[in-house]
Ligand binder design. Structure first.
Ligand SMILES: O[C@H]1[C@H](O)[C@@H](O)[C@H](O)[C@@H](O)[C@@H]1O
Ligand code: NA
Length: 692
């Protein structure tokens, strides 16, 4: 039995290569479908298991499953949220096109995820925030920085995460099965929707762990097959430089592999990834990704204790060694095996082969899957791709709708009911999806040859100003609201100008003259990242110093140096809650004895001071009890509610993970993670040094 949904035009233009590969399969067999079905059942099972599991434990609001997370689900979830289909397609494609250079992004991430655990997370925990825009709100006061950041984040998600992963996933399906790309997108989206509904948001972290296992199992299998096919490690090293396509543009270097293919650090002036840019220019956007973005930080905040969060960081860092072996090297092997197609260097030929005149290197991974793997394993790889895609999309959707409802909607509609928030959160995901699908043609047109480079260059234009704001906010007490806000605004204007220019003047192909404006021609995007960071930093520092000092409550427990400060009483307007007692109502505030939340059942933090939490949705707790049974069942299914008979769990996610503000760590465990930090850092520097 064969499942064939080929697009006519595609199919006819398909056998383009001089020697049409005879054994090339373009559809899945029954066995593959069976494997896929088993995969879905497994994920659903894990989803339900974790829903039930979290349901039986304490009921402290929707995300509180998170407060019990140990290091391994946290680490796996960090990894799974990070590595998406964009990485599988993009990293392999960049490997095929330009060698190992782009792996610097992954290995740089290893350092940044450690930085999160050891430097940034303690501050976020101490501050008791749940979202990153909320941190800025507390640290700087006012609303405009918070709102600005939220909107910006949502744009970044659309441009660099959602649309890219959807495009890559669809591209994979299209290449593998020759389905129409839009059928593929719709299919992927419905699967993700199904999964989100059935698995529920509470289950995201555990299913992420399962997705990680599948991604690694499938990826490693393909790696073994590709190394076997090419003839092992030495064959890869010796054959790659000779993987030159037979048809090339005459008198050009097009199609010839780079000399520095096996080096990460490349010429500072004439290369595709200049080394000073790799060291500094890459670290700043990467710091946004790992240390100040909701998608990642939310996972770490879900850890039981600071030590477990650090353990999660360590695990994610170790896992991030793997994409090099599992994705990038196979991509390079693909170029050796299918040189004429994957490394095509003639625009017309490329157009025929993969519908893209600029190049076909991004087909590298899919090509391996379809040519090398036996029936059954191709189904597994399909599952891998879907796992990569879904584990990233669900995390992004989750975080995006969290910040949209909490940091935007609630700011403008302070009296919004649970219902309203719930509907808004859901609808918003829909909006995100639609906008992202609309963006896909732009990616298709503008990615040039390498999808991975598209992701990273867009990131470079939007993320550095945010990193600088968080960096200065966390580590320089003098930073104030005006400095931060204007730094962000000016930095972004500069970044957006460059981004627009990039869209207007696409990079020339290898045989074309570079007649772009000088800012594009001479300032590599990694250098631009350095420049942009510097401009932002300059604005932040100058304006902060020229204006008034931040108030004490904007510093206490909100910077590195003040993270152990005693908890200050909150402003009386704000409802103060203890962790245990989520049913307290507004009377709390009028009662002088416990109005500040200093009651017996509070956690002690490392100073022996009480730590309290704000619960935003407290006012509607009672209305929840009135919700009908059918609706609760519906909510439960949608992952909107986690409800135990007799409990008054709020019906809506927004209580979120209650902040864990204790920085306490057990001395022994602390020593263990610290020793591991040293080991992990040594490993990181070793591999980077080895491939330098
Ligand atoms: O996986 C990488 C992402 O694709 C990049 O955008 C990040 O900047 C980098 O840190 C990550 O390691
Ligand atoms: Na993923």
């Amino acid at each position: 039995m064969h499942f064939d949904l080929r697009e006519g035009r595609q199919a006819t233009s398909m056998p383009p290569s001089p020697s049409p590969a005879p054994g090339r399969r373009t559809s899945l067999d029954t066995v593959d479908i069976v494997v896929l079905v088993i995969y879905f059942l497994l994920i659903l099972a894990v989803g339900f298991w974790s829903m039930l599991r979290t349901k039986r434990s304490t009921v402290k609001g929707y995300f509180l499953a998170g407060k019990n997370m140990t290091w391994w689900p946290v680490g796996a979830s960090l990894f799974a949220s990070n590595i998406g289909s964009g990485h599988f397609i993009g990293l392999a494609g960049s490997g095929a096109a330009a060698g190992i250079g782009a792996i610097a992004y992954e290995w740089n991430g290893m350092l940044m995820v450690l930085l999160l655990g050891w430097l940034f997370l303690p501050i976020y925990i101490a501050s008791g925030v749940v979202t990153m825009p909320e941190y800025l709100q507390k640290r700087f006061g006012g609303r405009r920085t918070q709102i600005f950041l939220t909107v910006l984040c949502l744009f970044i998600y659309i441009f660099t995460k959602i649309s890219v992963d959807m495009y890559a996933g669809a591209l994979f399906i299209q290449l593998a099965l020759q389905w129409n790309i839009y059928i593929a997108v719709v299919l992927l989206l419905s699967i993700t929707a199904l999964y989100t509904v059935a698995g529920g948001l509470a289950a995201v972290i555990y299913t992420d762990a399962a997705q990680t296992v599948i991604m690694l199992a499938g990826g490693l299998t393909l790696m073994v097959f590709s190394f076997a096919e090419v003839g092992g490690w030495d064959a890869l090293m010796s054959k790659y430089p000779n993987a030159i396509p037979s048809v090339r543009v005459p008198n050009s270097t097009c199609g010839i592999p780079r000399d520095d293919a096996f080096h990460i650090f490349r010429d500072p002036v004439n290369s595709d990834l200049p080394w000073p840019g790799i060291i500094i220019g890459m670290s700043i956007p990467s710091m946004w990704y790992w240390c100040s973005d909701q998608v990642i930080v939310q996972r770490s905040l879900a850890a039981k204790t600071l030590t477990h969060a650090k353990g999660g960081s360590l695990m994610a860092a170790y896992l991030k060694i793997l994409p090099f072996f599992v994705i990038m090297l196979p991509g390079m092997i693909s170029r050796i095996l299918y040189t004429d197609d994957v490394a095509c260097a003639d625009p017309e030929l490329c157009q025929e082969i993969c519908d893209n005149p600029v190049g076909c290197s991004d087909t590298a991974y899919a090509r391996l899957v379809m040519e090398l793997l036996p029936t059954g394993l191709r189904g597994l790889m399909m599952a891998v791709m879907i796992a990569a895609l879904m584990s990233s999309l669900t995390s992004v959707f989750n975080s995006a709708s969290t910040i949209f409802t909490m940091d935007l909607w609630k700011t403008f509609r302070t009296r919004a009911s649970e219902w309203e928030l719930m509907i808004v959160g859901r609808l918003f995901v829909l909006v995100l999806v639609v906008v992202s699908v609309l963006w896909i043609p732009v990616i298709q047109a503008s990615q040039g040859g390498q999808l991975f480079i598209y992701i990273q260059s867009i990131s470079t234009y939007l993320q550095p100003p945010v990193s600088i704001i968080f960096l200065t906010g966390c580590f320089w007490k003098r930073t104030n609201e005006k400095g931060a806000f204007w730094g962000l605004v000016i930095g972004l204007v500069v970044g957006c100008i460059r981004m627009l220019l990039d869209f207007i003047y696409p990079a020339p192909q290898c045989f074309e003259e570079d007649d772009r404006p000088a800012v594009l021609k001479y300032v590599h995007y990694l250098y631009f990242s350095m420049l942009l960071s510097f401009i932002t930093l300059f604005v932040v520092v100058v304006i902060s110093l020229a204006t008034e000092e931040p108030k004490p409550e904007q510093i206490t427990r909100l910077t590195w140096f003040t993270r152990f400060d005693p908890v200050e009483p909150k402003e009386p307007k704000e409802q103060v809650f203890t962790v245990e007692d989520s049913t307290m109502t507004s009377e709390v505030n009028s009662s002088p004895t416990n109005g500040m939340g200093v009651t017996g059942n509070e956690e002690e933090n490392s100073n022996g001071k009480a730590c309290h939490h704000r619960n935003d949705s407290s006012s509607s707790v009672s209305s929840v009890q009135r919700t009908s049974k059918i609706m609760s069942a519906f909510f439960w299914l949608c992952g909107l509610e986690r409800r135990k008979r007799g409990d008054d769990a709020p019906a809506m996610p927004p209580p979120l993970e209650e902040a864990i503000c204790s920085l306490e760590e057990k001395p022994l465990l602390r020593r263990i993670v610290n020793v591991n930090l040293l080991i992990c850092l040594s490993v990181t520097f070793f591999i980077i040094g080895y491939w330098a």
